[in-house]
Design a protein around this ligand. Structure first.
Ligand code: FEO
Length: 399
């Protein structure tokens, strides 16, 4: 057996010809403990069309899957829905192997691919709303700028009522199961939420507009084919409703308390705040940056109403673990949160002031006075932490 890889039929005229990355564990700062897939699709029209490619190192796997059904040279068109290198890394090599008649991308995609590869292969720009005839069926294009790159677009195949949605509705999950109904719903929701929180979150207002734009097309969609994770053929309503919910970022009665500690003083304060919140009936996630990865923090914040952050002062600064997560969160722009800061110090005590300013810079509304203590918290300081929790709980209950 020379070819261990096979294409998987996902609709009447479309095959999945992507690659499975079982070992990837980091996606520029987002931890991916369950690996990923890079999905590429073959539309078996008169003009056979490849939708997206895969990360450079996986070109052989994709080619093998294509060869399991056709000679790659039969491919006439290539569409690049998204030029990030996990989907375009082997595009140029594929163009050289296939020698397609035409390659298409959005106008921004054409520029981006040029800037990424500094290559002179002709790539034809397609406009938002434009259609492309494949002979016996048609593709339609919709720009989805900033979901999650400026070049991003969706491609719709009316013949199979199938939407190729590039990164949207995807997840980092390595799996031989190709369809959503072959994977437990709880796994789908967790992995899609983690992906949304770590990749899509900053573009939530654009997601809401894009969902409206798709609805306005009147496209009938039976299958949703993203560039990562399973193809949605059964629980499509679930993922669309989840995207609507996550994109709205409505605050809930849940608090994420994130802290880093040197000699357990800041930790004692965190525990007092968490206990107080729980006594007020608020759901709490207590997360120590000494142990927890930043990706888990943003996942928990996706359905929270408050972010409370604490750090010891180290050399006039917050602890580096807190700097890590605060930088990450600032970029991901979680919205509609209230918050507060706390921490301990030995002599200079900048950490609490700096954390509070970072929250403000993230547009988190400061809803309780910060609590800071020199060295080890006594009962009076722990009482202040308790009060901080009560104030935050009261604010959340008002919302
Ligand atoms: Fe999966 Fe934005 O690349």
């Amino acid at each position: 057996m020379s070819n261990v890889f096979s294409a998987v039929k996902i609709s009447d005229h479309v095959y999945w010809v992507g690659a499975i990355d079982w070992t990837i564990r980091d996606f520029h700062g987002y931890t991916t403990p369950h690996g990923s897939t890079y999905n590429a699709y073959l539309v078996m029209a008169n003009k056979i069309t490849l939708i997206d490619t895969v990360k450079a190192a996986f070109r052989g796997e994709m080619l093998a899957r294509i060869k399991s059904i056709i000679d790659p040279k039969q491919i006439k068109y290539i569409i690049s829905n998204h030029s990030e290198m996990d989907h375009s890394g082997c595009l140029l090599e594929m163009i050289d192997i296939i020698k397609p008649e035409k390659v298409f991308a959005s106008a921004v995609g054409v520029r981006t691919l040029r800037e990424l590869f500094h290559d002179q292969h002709e790539i034809i720009p397609v406009k938002d709303g434009e259609s492309l005839s494949l002979g016996n069926m048609e593709l339609a294009f919709m720009e989805t700028r900033m979901i999650h790159w400026p070049d991003s677009m969706f491609t719709y195949l009316a013949k199979d009522q199938l939407l190729f949605s590039q990164d949207a509705f995807g997840m980092h999950l390595a799996s031989l199961e190709r369809f959503d109904d072959e994977i437990p719903a709880a796994t789908l929701e967790y992995e899609a939420a983690t992906y949304y929180a770590n990749i899509v979150l900053p573009y939530s207002p654009i997601v809401l507009k894009a969902l409206e734009k798709v609805m306005a097309t009147g496209w009938k969609i039976k299958i949703l084919a993203p560039d990562h994770g399973p193809v949605w053929r059964k629980n499509m309503g679930m993922i669309i409703e989840l995207y609507q919910k996550w994109a709205q970022q409505k605050p809930t009665a849940k608090v994420v308390v994130v802290y880093a500690t040197m000699w357990h003083s800041t930790e004692k304060m965190a525990l007092a705040i968490a206990e107080s919140l729980a006594q007020e009936g608020i759901k709490v996630k207590l997360m120590s940056m000494n142990e927890v990865h930043r990706s888990e923090i943003v996942y928990e914040l996706l359905n929270a109403g408050a972010l409370i952050v604490g750090s010891s002062t180290l050399n006039n600064n917050i602890l580096p673990q807190m700097a890590d997560v605060m930088t990450y969160l600032k970029g991901l722009k979680p919205a509609n949160l209230i918050g507060a800061a706390f921490g301990s110090y030995g002599w200079s005590g900048e950490s609490v002031r700096d954390l509070e300013q970072m929250l403000k810079d993230m547009k988190v509304k400061i809803a309780a006075p910060a609590v800071s203590v020199k060295h080890v918290p006594d009962n009076s300081t722990l009482e202040k932490c308790h009060d901080l929790g009560k104030v935050i709980a009261a604010e959340l209950k008002k919302a």
